[in-house]
Design a protein around this ligand. Structure first.
Ligand code: UDX
Length: 430
């Protein structure tokens, strides 16, 4: 079986690597010629630890190829994975235009049997739509199947997650598709869930929304912890030891960002509204997340009285460490608000860059944390890059205008920071 991957973003590039690594012949297809040119040279267009080296290895061995020629690629491959983006529309529901485009391309170019597998996160019912889109574009009634196979990898840990999945979920009503997929995933030893396409699609949304719920729950609780003078990190530790709760995703902070949680929670809420079901918990999850960055900004504003003409240093721009992805990053919302309130904003992130919008020209982008800290009257830590924890904060104090530290990720040791003379505020760390 030769595998075609349509879309070479985080999920597509990683999936291509996984199948090449497990011995299959793989082709990556994208409409973006620039991305494909880089990939042909074994270079990635985003930062993901370990992925570029594995892609380069398989490009060199010839097991992994890249192309922009969809017609030939679709004709030559029997198994096609859809890994294109499903961004949010203004109303919060998922935009399926790239999925539809890929499905119609497949329909138009196919000349024999195809197994089409959806890895992109798509709303419940999309598998049925994909079938119709393929059918309507077909020139003759060639047989095909569409299965759902959601991907659970995290950015920054994509290689490890994709090569060691904790479960493989397959949504299909076809025995033939199940057998083909079991063959494709032959080396993986993990639980399999073979179910209906709708169930597989919903498992992905339900999982991401549940993780987002854990985060918003802790963020809301952190606000109470501040009032009660209790440390939310200790609460998380005490809760996490209960195996029914688990210790992960209990870290209070500026809220969840990235390309998945915000859009997936929002799409699930939109789906529920369309079906006249009220998902009140998830509405609350979104509301906590929407206001969480402002919660920390309020603390900083009341310390400085006003942000106008004050120098504020932002440490970290990426939505989380080990990625250069700034989609839905809380740091961006904080910077926007600071600029609106006439602050002088200084920024340092080890790898992420600001979007090229005119308004961000007012931000002083620095090449080291030390440079960014010069003259700061407030520091707001937005991403928990390990180098921020390692910094000599005693020495750094001499660079500052005022030692005010607002830790949006509860990364630093609060007691130590206060002992060495910082006015330190985290989230739920009163
Ligand atoms: C997520 C899911 O984990 C993954 O399974 C899915 O396939 C895609 O979406 P990702 O967006 O890469 O992965 O990042 P993740 O590590 O899950 O973090 C998401 C956000 O939650 C980040 O903004 C992170 O800072 C935040 N977070 C995470 C918290 O605020 N607290 C936590 O305890 C954990």
């Amino acid at each position: 079986m030769k595998i075609l991957i349509i879309g070479t973003g985080y999920v597509g590039a990683t999936t291509a690597m996984v199948f090449a690594e497990t011995g299959w012949q793989v082709t990556g297809l994208d409409i973006d010629a620039g991305k494909i040119e880089r990939l042909k040279q074994g270079r990635l267009h985003f930062h993901e630890p370990g992925l570029e080296a594995l892609i380069a290895k398989h490009v060199q061995s010839g097991r992994l190829q890249f192309t922009t020629d969809k017609e030939i690629a679709i004709k030559e491959h029997d198994v096609i994975f859809l890994c294109v983006g499903t961004p949010s529309l203004p109303d919060g529901s998922a935009d399926l235009r790239y999925i539809r485009q890929a499905a119609e391309d497949i329909g138009r170019s196919m000349k024999g049997y195809k197994l089409v597998v959806t890895k992109s996160t798509v709303p419940v019912g999309t598998q049925e739509k994909i079938k119709k889109w393929i059918e309507s574009a077909q020139q003759a009634a060639y047989p095909f199947e569409v299965a759902s196979n959601p991907e659970f990898l995290r950015e920054g840990k994509a290689v490890k997650d994709a090569l060691n999945p904790d479960r493989i979920v397959i949504g299909t009503d076809s025995q033939r598709a199940t057998e083909q997929l079991k063959k494709l995933y032959w080396p993986f030893v993990c639980p399999w869930i073979v179910t209906t396409p709708r169930t597989a699609e919903l498992i992905k949304y339900a999982s991401n929304s549940f993780l987002a719920t854990k985060i918003s729950y802790m963020n809301e609780l952190a606000r109470l912890c501040d009032e009660l003078e209790v440390d939310v990190t200790e609460i998380a530790e005490g809760m996490g030891l209960d195996p029914r709760i688990g210790s992960s995703f209990l870290q209070a902070g500026l809220g969840y960002g990235g390309s998945c949680f915000p859009k997936d929670v929002s799409e699930l809420v939109m789906t529920s509204r369309k079906h006249h079901v009220h998902l009140g918990i998830l509405e609350g999850v979104m509301e906590v997340n929407r206001t969480q960055y402002a919660y920390l900004l309020d603390k900083a504003r009341s310390r400085l009285t006003s942000f106008a003409d004050k120098t504020v240093t932002i440490l970290g721009l990426a939505f989380k460490p080990d990625t250069d992805d700034i989609r839905e990053a809380p740091a961006l919302r904080i910077i926007d608000q600071l600029l609106l309130e006439q602050a002088n904003v200084r920024l340092y992130d080890p790898i992420a860059a600001l979007p090229p919008h005119g308004s961000y020209r007012a931000v002083k982008v620095c090449t080291s944390a030390e440079e960014a800290l010069r003259g700061a009257e407030a520091i707001i830590l937005c991403t928990e890059w390990p180098e921020f924890e390692r910094l000599d904060w005693k020495k750094a104090k001499k660079l500052l205008g005022q030692p005010n530290f607002f830790d949006g990720r509860n990364m630093m040791n609060a007691k130590r920071m206060r002992r060495i003379g910082y006015y330190y505020q985290g989230i739920g760390k009163a």
